[in-house]
Design a protein around this ligand. Sequence first.
Ligand code: SAM
Length: 395
Amino acid sequence: MKTEFTLLDQTYQLLRYPAENQHISWQAWDAADEYLIEYVEHNMVDRHDLNIFIYNDDFGALGVWFASRSPLWISDSYVAHKALQLNLERNNIPVKQVITHNSLYQPTVNADLVLIKLPKTLALLEQQLIDLQKCVTPHTKIIATGKANAIQKSTLALFEKHLGLTTTSLAKKKARLIFCQYDGIKNSSSPYPTQWKTDGSQFIMNNLANVFSRQQLDIGARVLLAHLPEANNKKVVDLGCGNGVLGLHILQQSPQAQVVFVDESFMAIASAKLNIAQNMPDKLSQCEFIVSNCLDEYPHSGDHSGDQNGDHNGKEIEQVDIVLCNPPFHQQNTITDHIALQMFRDSKRILKHGGELRVVGNRHLDYPQTIKRLFGHYKVLASDRKFSILSAIKK
Ligand code: SAM
């Protein structure tokens, strides 16, 4: 991984998180970050008292760069929060210099300068533009950045719809800037959370803006729902839970199950919690909700050592009977299997002997071999044209 970020005579060490799992060709910043930084540094040099808000900084490059101006930094991603923290530490910048919040936070002060890295999901952008209406004025400079090919008419239309006049820069290294000025009038209400009903209309699923499969049940999840394990009196982890649809159905089919919902998206965890609270309020006490990169934060007893061998303060963690997983194969805009691999590895660490990892995967992905390497075996419980349900028991 290239880690030395040099721009305008400044150099920082920047790594993605978790550093050890990254492809050698990836880095923690991109041309869109560089373009935005150069624009701000060249055009706003004289203003050091600006109230700066930063949204969706992928791995902390913007937070590190602007840290000396004490920006307010907002992200839905636990991985991004962690990357920012470690990158600040790596560069000997006090972590408290950047004021971090998750995506559920509504700023209460006005911004002079808003810097937005365009997120993969337009819905998240839309929610953020709506949130901004309450903390920008017509004098606030709002600048977004992203890959030129990701900036579509629909992207610009969102800025126009929720804030005001919007223009773009020329492209540079395949990145572009968006400039927007709030007209002081718009006051939209949020279309999020979106809702849909599960088959047979048993449950209403609420989905905050950045939740996977926000508009309908994922096709992979549908296949896994037809092959859920019996889980009464068992502890189940819904790993990469999204809106919590898998864990919710576990609780319906196995009313005595305990379910731990884990996701790296704050909006996913908030949605999962809302969905249990609304659909099965009596089961809330059987649930835990954890924002984490894979199972880094499980158990979140505060004694987590980050050790990959299952040895936490000298004790084996053997408390989970089942891990259910419909793994992600993207990180931001990159297609990757490194998250699935960490999920499987972490699952093995927390499973009891005799416990089961149950995964739904697209058949073209190499999950069977990965699981076999880790668990020594796997079984295909079911498959259709597109998906397989794989099961591995920890021996
Ligand atoms: N379980 C839901 C379903 O079946 O509809 C969502 C599955 S979706 C394919 C994968 C989920 O993994 C997303 O909700 C995503 O936010 C989450 N995810 C992505 N990277 C993660 C990570 N590093 N740690 C934990 N969860 C992650």
